[in-house]
Design a protein around this ligand. Structure first.
Ligand code: FES
Length: 127
């Protein structure tokens, strides 16, 4: 795994191509974040791994044919393409850029969408 300096824009190798089956997700430590990487229709996509409800791993959730992952604990659903909460698209989890270099899947250490860039779920929001 590539060494990571905190807070930069570097990409971090998380796995080899083939380690994530089509239609599934896996969770990886990327810097100080846990990131869920999915292989959806041949494309790698990454979102914050921690469900904003109670912190379950979204990488362990069920990914449907629409690209929506269902949290394994209480079934909140998030789009893996843009991080939006399927039941309230005004709110979202962070997304991360993913690239493939050679046979390595790499995730950008800094989230593409960050709290403050747009409306995100916060502790205490009414659901
Ligand atoms: S922890 Fe994800 S829906 Fe409850």
């Amino acid at each position: 795994m590539t060494d990571l300096a905190s807070g930069n824009n570097d990409f971090v190798t998380v796995a080899k191509v083939g380690a994530i089956p089509e239609g599934e997700g896996r969770s990886f430590q990327v810097g100080e974040r846990l990131v869920a990487v999915f292989l959806y229709q041949g494309r790698y996509l990454a979102i914050d791994d921690l469900c904003p409800h109670m912190g379950a791993s979204l990488g362990a959730g069920y990914l449907d044919e629409e690209g929506v992952v269902t949290c394994p604990w209480h079934a909140w659903r998030f789009c893996v393409r843009d991080g939006k909460w399927a039941d309230n698209p005004r709110l979202s989890v962070d997304t991360f850029e993913v690239r493939v270099v050679g046979d390595e899947i790499q995730v950008r250490a800094e989230a593409t969408t960050r709290q403050g860039d747009k409306e995100t779920w916060r502790q205490g929001d009414q659901v």
